[in-house]
Design a protein around this ligand. Sequence first.
Ligand SMILES: *[C@@H]1O[C@H](CO)[C@@H](O)[C@H](O)[C@H]1NC(C)=O
Ligand SMILES: *[C@@H]1O[C@H](CO)[C@@H](O)[C@H](O)[C@H]1NC(C)=O
Length: 349
Amino acid sequence: MKTVIYLVLLGINSAASVIHSLKYFYTGSSHVPNFPEFVSVGSVDEVQMIRYDSSTETAEPKQDWMKKVTEDNPEYLAGEAEHWSRIQQAFKANIQTAKQRFNQTAGVHIAQRMFGCEWDNETGEVKGYDQHGYDGEDFIVFDLKTETWIAPKPQAVITKLKWDDNKASIAQWKNYLTQVCPEWLKKYVNYGRSSLLRTALPSVSLLQKTPSSPVSCHATGFYPDRAMMFWRKDGEDLHDGVEKGEILPNHDGTFQMSVELKSPAPGQKYECVFQLSGVKDDIITKLENIRSNKEKPTDMTPTIVALVVLALVIAIAAIGFLIYKKKNAKRPPSPVSNPEVMEQLNPSA
Ligand SMILES: *[C@@H]1O[C@H](CO)[C@@H](O)[C@H](O)[C@H]1NC(C)=O
Ligand SMILES: *[C@@H]1O[C@H](CO)[C@@H](O)[C@H](O)[C@H]1NC(C)=O
């Protein structure tokens, strides 16, 4: 019963409706060794499709289907690169401004922005957002409903007042988030449909370090990122004693996730269930008898080695994702036409 509710919330059972997203992350940093001062990453449905960074100052398409986009829009890459090189300068100035506001003199600082839109392909509903962060915390956030900026930090109040005052720029930004962004999103989804609208099933493995440790059910290689995974015991979905991990991106454009069964009781029938949006059949992996295994301890070594290696791989993937998340931290839109006004925190303040 509960599962049904979750499934409905996730839209997994309503086959037709899909929420697509276009998202841009900007990250500006100062004094981070071996890391570009500015990075912009654009993604569609959580799949990275374009990247710009200050070390090359070029915009690079990241998906095969982007070739068609750039062929049909010859100015696209140059336009994006030019836009982002301006943002790069703005971010540099923003970090200086923020440092002053926070009374900081030196050290490593990170400014991020994340903005974009979501579009429901059945209802046509569109949602937009724009959030700016500094040193890992929210700094200023756009509220599309009230068309005002929210300043969670006192240091952002000056910016809020200034930006709220600029009605023309707010109107332009609202237009970007609710019109331009979804238009481009639809274009991208159409260009990339053979890849973006595909489904790929994962391989699922059960991992356990020792007979008494938690059992982790790990699925990797699935697409899209609309998936659910849970444990069942004697036919009933388990909600207690399980720990669900986040869905994380793999480098090849697929996703992975895992769900851990904390303390499996001997003699019970457990199975791990994986469900992918748009795919009818679940992938069910049975947990065979968990025994104490004391009888044949020698057999366990290879398993443990394999499990430790897998655990490491997962840890590395997770760390990679965190870095990726950090790297990709901040704002704008899609191609070409986005208002410059919002780009600077307040350069002269
Ligand atoms: C929404 O997307 C899904 C999956 O691609 C598709 O099956 C469905 O027909 C789409 N709905 C509309 C109204 O296009
Ligand atoms: C900023 O730092 C200086 C020097 O450490 C200190 O005297 C001053 O009180 C600080 N101001 C704020 C607003 O924290």
